[in-house]
Design a protein around this ligand. Structure first.
Ligand SMILES: Cc1cc2nc3c(=O)[nH]c(=O)nc-3n(C[C@H](O)[C@H](O)[C@H](O)COP(=O)(O)OP(=O)(O)OC[C@H]3O[C@@H](n4cnc5c(N)ncnc54)[C@H](O)[C@@H]3O)c2cc1C
Length: 427
């Protein structure tokens, strides 16, 4: 109880800007760093740990044997990407960079013992980087009733996790027509423009295939003006955008979704419930408190944005989409792949400095995100998000949005650069 109170105080203090950070931790010569999760955050952490602290043993744990990319996946779903969905072998990347890769399910983190439990045995660590991504929270829709939640996940899942993409592609290829609903989750969620990009590309795909369909987008968040314009100009007949559409009730058996105002019947759907940090952050006790109601869990892993260190444990660093608010001034970092990768690098720099008894460099992440807004003709948005620390210690965010009416596959060039950085190959 005492420890919990101290953690809460530290969380509040870090978000308020004062630096209540634990002092450097020194491990025995060498030391062991374990990275959980081979997504954008974990791959960056493993690679940079290896480079910045060559004496550390670095092990990446991941349940899949191949990395799949969510960036560019909307293009792939809509047959607008040559060469298939970008996929890479984890073992080859590990060999290239010189860290160990262990494929398998991580079952639990034992923070007292600094030990990770996997299906194939335990692994001890001096430093842990947790980059396990997100999970869907069906409780606001179905409470504790597992049956409709399983049905919604199985038949109308959104493929917001990379390994679910092939199943969605098969559904799109089989879609015979009618209403295709996209229920956008409330903020914060992974890659905010991606549902709208997907709506445009899917609507274009259906039109090309002469499938008689409407894409109905239910959005509970403030509208993104760039997409409003595109929906109204390019997709007037094919996309129905419903603003202020908070989902009240879903029946995945009858295939209906109800908002405050209206009930929609659907022939197929991407039903996206609220998102949260992935399971391991909950199991390990790393979740923060709600900003407005401290009695409630925030749903995300509380961290210090200047170091990526968990507020619950100085030996644990949390990175990527699973992290909680970064600042009282703007809330969450955008949950993007580049942001996750920069956080992974930041955590690696902290650990490397600690392992070597040095001062850690002061870094902040940044994100550049390319989004297709419309496919006929193709238009692109580039969203640049940058950060600096204000005098009082709070992180400040600036966002710039650029519009390009004549794109030249800048999104593909960006992704290839990231694959080279994370996996050592341009793909
Ligand atoms: C449709 C779509 C388009 C997007 N487009 C872009 C874009 O253009 N640009 C951009 O910057 N971002 C984009 N994003 C966002 C980007 O994909 C995410 O921000 C990024 O994947 C977050 O990385 P992460 O490391 O936090 O999580 P993830 O990439 O999800 O990685 C988490 C990893 O942890 C593993 N894992 C979890 N639990 C366990 C366990 N118990 N045991 C073993 N392994 C485990 C998972 O298998 C997974 O590989 C897009 C997202 C979507 C959905």
């Amino acid at each position: 109880m005492q420890t919990n109170r101290r953690r809460l105080l530290a969380a509040a203090a870090a978000l308020g800007g004062s630096a209540l950070l634990p002092g450097p931790l020194r491990a025995a010569a060498g030391g062991r760093a374990v990275v959980i999760g081979g997504g954008w955050g974990g791959l960056a952490a493993a690679r940079h740990l290896r480079e910045l602290a060559p004496a550390l043993q670095v092990t990446l744990l991941e349940r899949h044997d191949r990395f799949r990319s969510l960036p560019l996946s909307n293009r792939w779903l809509a047959d607008r990407l040559d060469g298939g969905l970008p996929e890479f072998d984890y073992a080859a990347a590990a060999q290239r960079f010189g860290y160990a890769f262990r494929r398998g399910e991580v079952l639990a983190i034992d923070r007292e013992r600094r030990r990770v439990r996997t299906a194939d045995g335990d692994l001890d660590y001096d430093w842990l980087v947790l980059a396990a991504g997100i999970r869907d929270d069906y409780a606001p829709w179905f409470g504790t009733d597992a049956k409709p939640a399983d049905e919604a996940r199985r038949r109308f899942g959104s493929a917001w996790q990379a390994h679910e993409l092939p199943a969605l592609k098969a559904r799109l290829d089989a879609f015979a027509g009618g209403d295709f609903v996209i229920a956008v989750p409330p903020m914060p969620y992974r890659c905010p423009p991606a549902p709208f990009e997907r709506a445009c590309l899917i609507a274009t795909l259906f039109a090309q295939r002469r499938v008689k369909a409407r894409v109905v987008v239910l959005d509970p968040n403030p509208a993104m003006p760039g997409f409003l314009r595109v929906f109204a100009s390019q997709y007037r007949e094919r996309i129905v955008y419903v603003p202020q559409a908070r989902v009240e009730k879903i029946d995945p058996f009858a295939q209906t979704v109800s908002t405050d105002f209206e009930t929609f019947r659907f022939d197929d759907a991407l039903l996206m419930p609220p998102q949260q940090a992935g399971d391991l952050a909950w199991q390990a006790g790393l979740i923060g408190r709600d900003a407005n109601d401290p009695a409630r869990a925030s749903g995300w892993a509380a961290f210090d944005p200047l170091t990526q260190r968990s507020l619950a444990d100085p030996r644990v660093f949390v990175v990527g989409d699973m992290v909680d608010r970064a600042s009282l001034l703007f809330g969450h970092y955008p949950k993007t792949g580049q942001m996750a990768a920069r956080q992974g690098r930041l955590a690696a720099a902290q650990i490397a400095a600690e392992a070597q008894g040095k001062e850690a460099p002061r870094l902040l992440p940044e994100s550049t995100c390319y989004v297709l807004a419309g496919a006929e003709p193709m238009e692109m948005m580039r969203i640049e998000t940058r950060y600096r620390v204000r005098g009082d210690g709070l992180v400040l965010q600036t966002v710039q949005q650029h519009h390009d009416a004549q794109p030249r596959d800048e999104d593909i060039a960006w992704a290839r650069g990231m694959y080279t950085e994370l996996l050592g190959t341009p793909g």
